[in-house]
Design a protein around this ligand. Structure first.
Ligand code: C2E
Ligand code: CA
Ligand code: CA
Length: 763
């Protein structure tokens, strides 16, 4: 492009110098034509290049070919003109005129061929009005300055008259083409090229008009300075073509560009004024009325155009506001709007003494839906949830989505105390229905939600929503799939939890964790055959904190990863020491599914085994059933990797996780630890507890697994489990979890020492 600019500038300078020096007086026509050859030729050449660069988009390529053809046509016209001048006779019209005239429709065709963006109906209407303004305003000027007088003057014959009128008519065509370039939103790769081209067109029309005017008054001669305007125009065409950027396949036909402010209305107003002034002039050959009508027409068009533009703007603004306040996926109000509405409702509630309620709805384990069925299914589910929530709301209530799987219901004018609770129950009910998801195929995922409720009659929206969030948290802790109403104590609980989380971060470095060990007894013999490591946190202020109070928190914060690693190392080192002292016991260690999911468990186990020298076969990893079910397939694969190390795997809290048999068989597990709730249910009067334990043990046996009963507290339970031929057991009946010295005492006394105190083993 730079080369083209330099070449064109050089030609223009040369032309100007020639004009000034005028070395061949009387032969002006010669350079009037000849200087145009290289410029027009260059234009054809660069247009050809542009066409090649834009082949990927047929329409743009075609446009440049047409523009190239226009340049060629102009060149031919010039050559013809030279030949006539050389022969000294200048017929009018001549073949040269035919070539010159072909230039105009070719340019128009090219402009039409340029792709334009998809427009809305409003945009189309405005474009139409704009083009009308240009056509009417522009052509009025052309008609008054040149076309009209030319037509009135007439030629020597009909053909001459037609040709004389054809030129200014061509200019009107170019004006429309110019408007199309300036109004159309060009593809990014053509933007500069088209702007330069528009400048060229402007010069061209200007030259034509001056030329027409001069000819009319019979004072034009070939080679006159006005000719330099055409040359500038042709040079700009050449530069424009050179400025066209290449298009690759990807961006082909992607039309875009920003909308530019338009000067068109001012142009139209200026012309309307000019017409009014002109109509008063003496030399005006046209009826004043026509001019007035055109002026009024232009004014009307400008008004229509401004109206359309404003409407468009308002619509776009409205859309933007909507977008910024609504969630794209569900169309529900977003966090900003929800907070805003809550603030409004609260402000009104202060005056009317009404109460408003916030229901904070959070889907339970939504991440699992995403993991199992994929994100499209997750998105679909959110949309369904949004619809169902909206169906629960009354008119006037607001349903919003304020985060990933978090929704809020704002209830206006809560009258009865139970109002929000009833709505919460409805929410839980409608969400519990199975959901048909296209992305999930045949499977119908079920989702539950937890709901936190807060009621207020004033105060800040932030506070009310935070209270609902705290209540939501309480509902989650209470086991999910339920609602909880905010109480001020919850606030304390939430704060304590926050503090606990902070303390937890430092607990490892401050060496505040400790392991206790609970013996596992073979039910047949009463021998202690294993020991389960259980973590304790010696909190500097709170004393001993039970794992149930901090393990879930550690799992949420990710602290479970280093903590779990420490448990494995400490337990393995301890168990290896006991085994070296000839106590043949297995070590049971609880691991969190988070360790498994984050893919750290394998390396942690390997490290602990290496550090301690513990035989892999002596290590039993306990993973809770609910943990296993979270992402069953991935978990199964990782368990296989673990088993290759030689360690064994037990399902902890078995019976609480609703795992299907199909899944169970797929996990490479060795033992089932039957949950305490079943063991303590054995005493049920109707025998249902016994039946359940029976079934669970039989299931384990059918799968060839070791069975273990947890939480054995009394002899009846022990008797029953022995009757069912459960392999081993654990519970307060045998021993509470013990500190290391107590374990050692127990082991020193011999493996049978502890259970043999029970009469049942003596029998
Ligand atoms: P769990 O794995 O089911 O461990 C058994 C829990 O039941 C222990 O509570 C134990 O003290 C208690 N228990 C044992 N026998 C009886 C009995 O006869 N009656 C009653 N009522 N309870 C009995 P603990 O130590 O408070 O642990 C609670 C849970 O915390 C564990 O349940 C386990 O899921 C988790 N946990 C403990 N230590 C760790 C650990 O190092 N890592 C991980 N990830 N989780 C751990
Ligand atoms: Ca356990
Ligand atoms: Ca358990």
């Amino acid at each position: 492009m730079r080369a083209t600019i330099v070449a064109m500038a050089a030609m223009l300078v040369l032309y100007a110098v020639w004009q000034l020096l005028d070395p061949l007086p009387g032969q002006r026509w010669l350079y009037g034509d000849v200087f145009f050859y290289p410029v027009a030729a260059m234009g054809s050449w660069t247009a050809w290049g542009a066409a090649r660069r834009t082949r990927a988009d047929a329409r743009i390529g075609r446009a440049w070919l047409l523009l190239g053809a226009a340049s060629v046509s102009y060149l031919c016209g010039d050559v013809a003109q030279t030949i006539y001048e050389l022969h000294g006779d200048k017929p009018y019209p001549s073949a040269g005129d035919v070539f010159y005239l072909a230039f105009y429709p070719l340019v128009l065709l090219a402009m039409v061929s340029f792709p334009s963006p998809r427009r809305t109906a409003g945009e189309r209407a405005r474009l139409f009005v704009d083009l009308a303004v240009v056509a009417i305003g522009g052509s009025t000027v052309v008609v008054y300055v040149v076309l009209g007088p030319t037509a009135v003057a007439g030629g020597e014959n009909f053909v001459q008259t037609v040709f004389s009128i054809a030129y200014p008519s061509g200019d009107m065509v170019l004006l429309v083409a110019l408007a199309m370039v300036l109004l159309g939103r060009a593809p990014a790769s053509s933007r500069t090229a088209l702007l330069v081209f528009a400048a060229g067109l402007a010069f061209f029309v200007l030259a034509d008009l001056i030329y027409g005017y001069q000819t009319l008054h019979a004072n034009y001669e070939s080679g006159d300075p006005v000719g330099s305007l055409w040359m500038v125009a042709l040079a700009l065409f050449a530069i424009a073509a050179a400025a066209q950027l290449p298009i690759d396949k990807r961006e082909a036909s992607a039309v875009g560009g920003r909308q530019q402010p338009s000067v068109l209305p001012y142009f139209a107003v200026a012309i309307a004024f000019a017409l009014l002034v002109y109509s008063e002039r003496k030399d005006n050959v046209f009826p004043a009325l026509t001019l007035h009508v055109i002026a009024v027409l232009l004014a009307v068009l400008v008004s229509v155009r401004q109206y359309l533009a404003q409407k468009e703007l308002l619509r776009a603004q409205g859309e933007l506001t909507h977008q910024s306040l609504h969630d794209a996926l569900t169309g529900l109000p977003n966090r900003t709007l929800v907070f805003d509405r809550a603030a409004h409702l609260l402000a009104r509630a202060r005056r009317t003494r009404d109460r408003i309620a916030v229901l904070y709805v959070d889907l339970d384990r939504f991440k699992e839906i995403n993991d199992t069925f994929g994100h499209p299914a997750g998105d679909e589910m959110l949309a369904v949830v949004a619809r169902r929530l909206a169906s629960v709301a009354r008119p006037g209530d607001t349903v919003g989505r304020i985060g990933g799987d978090e929704f809020v219901l704002l209830l206006e004018e809560v009258t009865t105390d139970a109002g929000p609770e009833l709505v919460a129950e409805r929410v839980l009910e409608v969400l519990a229905q199975p959901i048909d998801l296209r992305a999930a195929g045949e499977r119908q995922p079920v989702i539950t939600a937890s709901v936190g409720i807060a009621v207020g009659d004033g105060g800040a929206a932030e506070d009310l929503l935070r209270d609902a969030d705290v209540a939501l948290y309480a509902a989650k802790c209470a086991g999910r799939g339920r609602y909880a109403v905010f109480e001020s104590e919850m606030q304390t609980v939430a704060r304590e939890r926050l503090e606990l989380g902070l303390d937890l971060r430092d607990a490892l470095t401050r060496d505040e964790f400790q392991l206790v060990y609970q013996p596992i007894v073979e039910l047949d013999s009463g021998d202690v055959t294993g020991i389960e490591a259980l973590i304790r946190w010696r909190h500097p202020k709170k004393g001993t904190v039970a794992p149930d109070a901090f393990i879930p928190l550690a799992e949420e914060t990710g602290m479970i990863l280093p903590i779990g690693g420490w448990v494995l190392r400490a337990a393995c080192v301890q168990a290896a020491r006991w085994r070296r002292q000839d106590h043949d016991i297995d070590l049971f260690v609880n691991v969190s599914v988070v360790q498994l999911e984050q893919d750290v468990l394998l390396s942690q186990v390997r490290e602990a085994l290496k550090l301690s020298g513990l035989a892999p076969g002596a290590l039993m990893l306990e993973i809770t059933e609910t943990g296993l079910m979270r992402d069953a397939e991935a978990v199964a694969a990782r368990l296989c990797d673990l088993k290759e190390l030689g360690v064994r795997i037990a399902i902890d809290d078995f019976g609480t996780g609703y795992s299907s048999l199909a899944y169970l068989a797929q996990f490479p597990v060795d033992a089932l630890k039957i949950d305490r709730s079943f063991v303590s249910g054995i005493a049920a009067a109707d025998g249902s507890g016994e039946a359940l334990v029976h079934t669970l043990i039989q299931l384990g046996k059918a799968l060839g697994l070791h069975t273990l009963g947890e939480g054995i507290e009394d002899e009846d339970q022990l008797v029953q489990l022995r009757r069912e031929r459960c392999d081993s057991g654990q519970g307060f009946l045998f021993s509470k979890p013990l500190a290391v010295p107590d374990v050692e005492l127990l082991l020193e006394r011999g493996e049978r020492a502890l259970p043999s105190e029970l009469a049942i083993f003596a029998r």
